[in-house]
Design a protein around this ligand. Structure first.
Ligand code: HEM
Length: 150
């Protein structure tokens, strides 16, 4: 039963990550208002929590609930998946730092500044994160079937 619950949580967290990224990507193209900025900040917090849930549940699955760590650490696509997860995490730093500044501005009752240059950087990061997550999902499906084993 526990492996099935963990698998369900893993899938839910993965879908939540994609949903948060897509919603952010659509919202940051709009002219920024305090209300919109608050929603984007909330989406980023949800995204961060879902990412943490993915690594926590994923680690439990690797070590205790699925095929054993020997299976995963001898699979190139699992290692690629973890590498992509780390890269996506690194790329997410720039948008998150932007939103942290927005929170400080919002707390002072002002509308966050969102220059065209910053907007271009944030949208590029979100596009890269979405591409990375797509790669993670492909690696996950293939490695679960034993493809990439060495
Ligand atoms: C954005 C991050 C992640 C996404 C989108 C994601 C997505 C998925 C998906 C869709 C599956 C199901 C594959 C299938 O059964 O066809 C899966 C399985 C799995 N994932 Fe993740 N995952 C992520 C991060 C992680 C991390 C960080 C770990 C390890 C620490 C991990 C460990 C696992 C394990 C052990 C399985 C089970 C594979 C099996 O059935 O043998 N995942 N993941």
């Amino acid at each position: 039963m526990l492996p099935a619950i963990a698998a369900a949580l893993h899938h839910l967290a993965a879908f939540l990550v994609v949903a948060c990224l897509v919603a952010q990507r659509l919202m940051v193209t709009e002219p920024m208002t305090p209300g919109l900025a608050r929603k984007v900040v909330a989406l980023d917090v949800t995204y961060g929590l879902a990412s943490l849930a993915l690594i926590a549940v994923g680690a439990l699955r690797v070590h205790f609930l699925e095929k054993g760590s020997g299976y995963y650490f001898h699979n190139a696509l699992f290692l690629a998946k973890i590498g992509l997860y780390c890269l996506v995490g690194l790329v997410s730093i720039l948008p998150t730092r932007t939103y942290i500044r927005w929170r400080q501005t919002l707390a002072k009752g002002r509308t966050p500044l969102f220059s065209a240059e910053r907007r271009a950087k944030v949208t590029l990061c979100l596009d890269l994160e979405l591409a990375g997550v797509a790669g993670i999902i492909i690696c996950a499906a293939l490695m679960a079937k034993g493809i990439g084993a060495f």
